[in-house]
Design a protein around this ligand. Sequence first.
Ligand code: NAP
Length: 337
Amino acid sequence: MSLTPEGRALESHVAEVWAKLEERATAGLSAEECARFVAAARAIEAAIEPDAAIDGCRPDAPLTDHPWLKGSTAVSAALPTHSERLASPTPPALPEYRSALVTGGSRGIGAAIATRLAADGIRVALTYNASRTAADRVVEEITEAGGHALALHADSADADQIRAAADATGREYGKIDILVNNAGIGMGGPIEEMPIEHFDRTMAVNVRGPFAAAQAVLPHMPDHGRIINIGSVFADRTPFGTLSAYVTSKAAVAGLTRALARDLGGRGITVNNIQPGPISTDLTSADSHVRDVMTEATALRRFGTPEEIAGLVAYLAGPEASYITGATITADGGYAV
Ligand SMILES: NC(=O)c1ccc[n+]([C@@H]2O[C@H](COP(=O)([O-])OP(=O)(O)OC[C@H]3O[C@@H](n4cnc5c(N)ncnc54)[C@H](OP(=O)(O)O)[C@@H]3O)[C@@H](O)[C@H]2O)c1
């Protein structure tokens, strides 16, 4: 068949489209998706009429914007939709570089998490509220070890400050692949005496904070991101009193985890909750009697280390945890058994 000049131009455009499809097909699409792209290219070829006008036919135009294919149900049916791509059974490969926002990364478990993620090659932003010097020290140590880190002031009880920290992280690193909601406080006291403001503050930092942080990172989080909350084994087991506000807040974190997993599963984002048992940090060092009681209550007869929790965070942020979401995982030395 002899082609008009327009037809030849279009034929060469189709060849380019084929090349692009192949390029995309070899860039990690599943066999099923490749087959769909091939079907799309065939639909394009079938739609070609040699003597039709080619005005507006730009090689870089999206396929479905092609003047001859606009509204073509054959093409749009053949191209995989966003949700179909996500529904592929093949787990996604991790991006070349990743970045994380860790709340409350100045001390204790949060500092260990920031340090571990950085050691795994992840660029880390960590927030602090009161401990600027400690936060700077964590950043210094990470940087000296060859990693990337920055410290940002953000009171987790203040949604505006959290949003500013998320935006600063997004600007600095281009995206936020991982959010670790670690910042937490433990205001205890007998129910008869506890000021209601302590309850409000506990809920604001421990529950409202993670909710606000999830909202704030989402515009910066690519599909298949990870959100990891740090709850507490006290959500499941409450062996002594004075913990009503704290226990309530950590039970809420477990619920929030399940709900967010449902909300964000369509984007391939996983949301999980780690419930540490007694871990040796400033939060647990104050009362030696409580320490003794808690040590005795663990099956392993010891407190855990912040690094043991950080290891679990690294796992949930890593490639092997791609099918875990909405889960609460306890790391408590057998405290809850
Ligand atoms: N240690 C345990 O045995 C244990 C057990 C179960 C669960 N957890 C949970 O693990 C998480 C970390 O606890 P941890 O033991 O590492 O506590 P920690 O040693 O007291 O450290 C708390 C961290 O959270 C930050 N933080 C506190 N209030 C904040 C706020 N309003 N805004 C931003 N950051 C804030 C602190 O930063 P600044 O000093 O800068 O304010 C600090 O970096 C908490 O969610 C806690 O509930 C701990």
